[in-house]
Design a protein around this ligand. Structure first.
Ligand code: URP
Ligand code: ZN
Ligand code: ZN
Ligand code: ZN
Length: 486
């Protein structure tokens, strides 16, 4: 078996840093220690040797808002690896009750094209006996998380009764519910108000999704999860109102997790006032970017531990696709990119400024989400036996982010012009050097593997909320007891 030794770097884990070589045999880490040798030596002097990044929130080639996200599995996973991210978790969005059919369609695209390892979350966009039964089959396929949209009324949005039913089902199956938390009814009402007033540009996207609609929905999702006796993971937390709800719940002993995006940590709502329509529309996503006070709240949450994960929600559309919303902001496809830039931007704006320690950086880019999604320690750790998914991060290597030359196939970059440091010298995926600084060849499409994430075992179901532990309640398993539709 061929071996690789990563020599002379500082191993940075979520809990400590130490100088050591890392020996890889085949696809896994074989040993960590001093003076190790192998067939190939990678020079890691002056670098940090970290678990590869895990991005738990991507939408590659997703059909959405009358079009399909233009970033492919091939370009998206190449972009990820070149930025130090070695695994993505993408959202399967079924367009009927046939969850397994949708999963097969997603997996067909991913397995042909992905060069990084991947997993899926399954979206629950309605409720029926068919979905109730299919959720068990989904868990059987190695998917332990189900996503719910409280926004996108008339499309993906679920009502409270549907969400409550699905959350109870998650509790019974040992799965984790995820939530896009914005009050979709209020968003729809505000959209109509601004359209009626003739305010039809990208700035109205932000006006129609104020922090209050997010804070309300996060509170509601947490209370519904507590009633169902299940933890809950809030995706793309963008504002203090949402963070506050999460903080308060955690303080009460509830298992509630919060995921800010690198975009919301660093980009400002002022972008929606930009005189160039294209520039503003390219940055339209939900929730919208916020002002500095909200950004500071998110940074504080990462260092205090009330927010656990930094993701991208990579859902990238070309400028031509964004122009579907010219004259009506509600038709601008929602989403931005970031897969290639998450790690260097977080390093630069987080670690170099002193907001995060290098160990916290590893926690929020990799280790925490590996634990939350039941991937740990196969992913998210540098320990013998773990997959050799490793980023050798050079804190001195820098660049100016430019759309020209990026691995992403989108024609712009929301971080255009941002100076970053902390680039990968090498990225390894299951023991293969898939990226190295100065080399531009893409890894083989299809080399990425689906990584199963089993249900949380009942003996270690890190899954009940505090309230459910104190007053355990029967979870109905009989579909006849479950609320069906509305
Ligand atoms: O605007 C966004 N976030 N687009 C992707 C879909 C979603 O809501 O996560
Ligand atoms: Zn969302
Ligand atoms: Zn998303
Ligand atoms: Zn309803």
């Amino acid at each position: 078996m061929m071996s690789i030794v990563i020599k002379g770097g500082t191993v940075v884990a979520a809990d400590r840093s130490y100088v050591a070589d890392v020996l890889i045999e085949g696809e896994t880490i074989a040993a960590i220690g001093e003076g190790l040798s192998g067939d190939t030596v990678l020079d890691a002097s002056g670098t940090y040797v970290m678990p590869g990044g895990i991005d738990p929130h991507t939408h590659l080639e997703m059909p959405f808002m009358g079009t399909t996200a233009a970033e492919t599995w091939e370009s998206g996973t190449f972009a990820a690896l070149s930025g130090g991210t070695t695994m993505v978790v993408d959202f399967v969005i079924p367009d009927s009750d046939d969850l397994i059919g949708a999963l097969d369609a997603w997996d067909a695209r991913a397995s042909r094209q992905a060069s990084a390892d991947y997993s899926f979350h399954m979206c629950v966009t309605g409720w029926s006996e068919v979905i109730f039964a299919a959720m068990e089959a989904v868990v059987g396929r190695g998917i332990n998380s189900f996503k719910h949209f409280m926004a996108y009324k008339g499309a993906l949005m679920v009502d409270d009764d549907q969400m409550f039913a699905s959350f109870q089902r998650c509790a019974a199956l040992g799965a984790l519910p995820l939530v896009h938390a914005e009050n979709g009814d209020i968003v729809a009402a505000l959209q109509q108000k601004y359209l009626a007033e003739g305010i039809r540009g990208p700035e109205a996207h932000a006006y129609s999704r104020p922090p209050e609609v997010e804070g309300e929905a996060v509170n509601r999702a947490i209370m519904i999860a507590d009633a169902a006796g299940v933890p809950v993971y809030i995706v793309h937390v963008s504002c203090e109102q949402a963070h506050e709800a999460i903080r308060r719940a955690r303080q009460k002993g509830m298992r509630v997790y919060g995921e800010p995006l690198i975009q919301h940590l660093t980009l400002d709502e002022a972008v929606y006032q930009h005189p160039d329509w294209n520039y503003a529309a390219q940055r339209v996503m939900s929730p919208p970017f916020r002002d500095k006070a909200h950004q500071d709240s998110l940074w504080a949450g990462l260092s205090a531990g009330s927010l656990q994960v930094v993701a991208t929600d990579h859902c990238a559309f070309t400028t031509a696709q964004k122009r579907m919303g010219l004259g009506d902001f509600t038709r601008i496809p929602n989403g931005t990119g970031g897969l290639e830039d998450r790690m260097p931007v977080l390093w630069t704006r987080g670690v170099e400024t002193g907001r995060l320690t290098p160990n916290e950086f590893v926690a929020v880019t990799s280790t925490n989400i590996a634990r939350i999604l039941n991937l740990y320690p196969r992913k998210g750790a540098i320990v013998p036996g773990a997959d050799a998914d490793i980023v050798v991060l050079d804190p001195k290597a820098g660049k100016t982010i430019r759309a020209a030359g990026q691995k992403s196939i989108i024609d712009y970059n929301v971080f255009e012009g941002v100076e970053v440091r902390g680039l990968p010298r090498f990225t390894l995926s299951r023991g293969e050097v898939v990226f190295s600084q100065g080399r531009n060849d893409a890894p083989r499409p299809g080399r990425g593997r689906f990584i199963p994430r089993p249900a949380f075992p009942s003996a270690n179901r890190a899954l009940s909320t505090w309230k459910a532990l104190v007053a355990p309640r029967a979870v109905p398993r009989d579909p006849a007891l479950m609320p069906i539709g509305v």
